[in-house]
Design a protein around this ligand. Structure first.
Ligand SMILES: [Fe+2]
Ligand SMILES: [Fe+2]
Length: 310
């Protein structure tokens, strides 16, 4: 596997291409027109190309789209191949973490439909990801992994500290507090056990989490949520790439039966996630205000991820 001289992990083109392509399906909603509690189900507006320009930094500036609350114009305007029409997508109104071994569930079921509980739960998952990445870094170092992988795992732990704070702030806005992370001490384990956890929590769940976070950053009706999740979605994409880089590095050190068991664990994790997503449709206000994908959208995203996982 190739690592840059800078010690940073190379971008994974397959993972990035897959996630970006799936995120193109995210509906972009008009933002200046309505507040978080209103119905923001307006679709894209089709305009002539006359209204669209490009700024010096390459961003689209569309005079026909309303300004959003922080003075930005359209986010994406696509020129149709024929017919001289441009489709403008603009915000007007308006994840998941790496669960460490032994993590005990904290969600109070009676609060499960409240936005504050949702953000508090995500903050708790982000907080639980910190020890998961620190353990991964230590294990990678112990197994003689390249420094770039160890460094990326430590960096990810630092990212998760910031994510925890950001999600705690969203939870507090809704009067909710993050539950404590309840975790037994880690025990030594084999390379295969480490890779199985990486396959389930990183290659499947965190890769899906990166997709969901990117989706929320594009579609949440609440501008604070979009602002908080935009930088988090970039970090989560790197975490997904780290998971796949660990998987590729370890594959060269595992036996053929061990590799097959890990592939099987990935497939089972994808099926379990499909069952989870299919059996727990999010409340409508989670979709509207937090940008959580609906059940159908989430199942579509999971289907798209299958090309990476299977
Ligand atoms: Fe995170
Ligand atoms: Fe993460």
């Amino acid at each position: 596997m190739f690592f840059r001289k800078s010690g940073l992990l190379p971008k994974n083109r397959v993972v990035r291409h897959t996630l970006y392509r799936l995120l193109l399906a995210a509906p972009m909603l008009p933002l200046a027109a309505c507040g978080p509690s209103e119905d923001c189900s307006t679709g894209p507006e089709s305009l002539t190309v006359d209204g669209v320009g490009y700024e010096s930094d390459g961003k689209v500036s569309c005079a026909r789209c309303p300004l959003d609350s922080i003075g930005h114009h359209a986010l994406n305007c696509f020129e149709a191949a024929a017919g001289g029409k441009t489709t403008c997508y603009y915000y007007a109104c308006s994840s998941d973490g790496r669960r460490p071994e032994g993590l005990r569930e904290s969600l109070q079921h009676e609060q499960a439909c409240e936005l504050g509980a949702l953000y508090a739960h995500v903050a708790w998952l982000e907080a639980a990801s910190v020890p998961a990445f620190l353990r991964l870094a230590d294990e990678l170092a112990a197994h003689g992994a390249p420094k770039a992988l160890v460094k990326a795992a430590r960096r990810a732990a630092g990212d998760e500290v910031r994510h925890t704070r950001a999600m705690q702030a969203l939870a507090r806005r809704h009067g909710a507090l993050m539950p404590e992370v309840d975790l037994p001490p880690f025990q030594p384990r084999s390379l295969e056990a480490m890779c199985t956890e990486n396959a389930v929590e990183g290659c499947v769940r965190e890769t899906f989490g990166a997709l969901v976070t990117g989706w929320q950053a594009r579609t949440a009706g609440d501008a604070e949520v979009r602002r908080a999740l935009e930088p988090i979605s970039r970090d989560e994409l790197r975490h997904a790439e780290l998971a796949w880089a660990v998987d590729a590095w370890a594959a060269e050190r595992l036996t053929s039966p061990e590799r097959e068991r890990i592939r099987q664990a990935r497939r089972e994790a994808l099926s379990a996630l499909e069952h989870e997503v299919g059996s727990q449709p999010p409340p409508e206000h989670f979709v509207r205000e937090a940008g959580v994908p609906s059940r159908e959208q989430a199942l579509g995203l999971l289907q798209g991820l299958a090309v990476l996982v299977v």
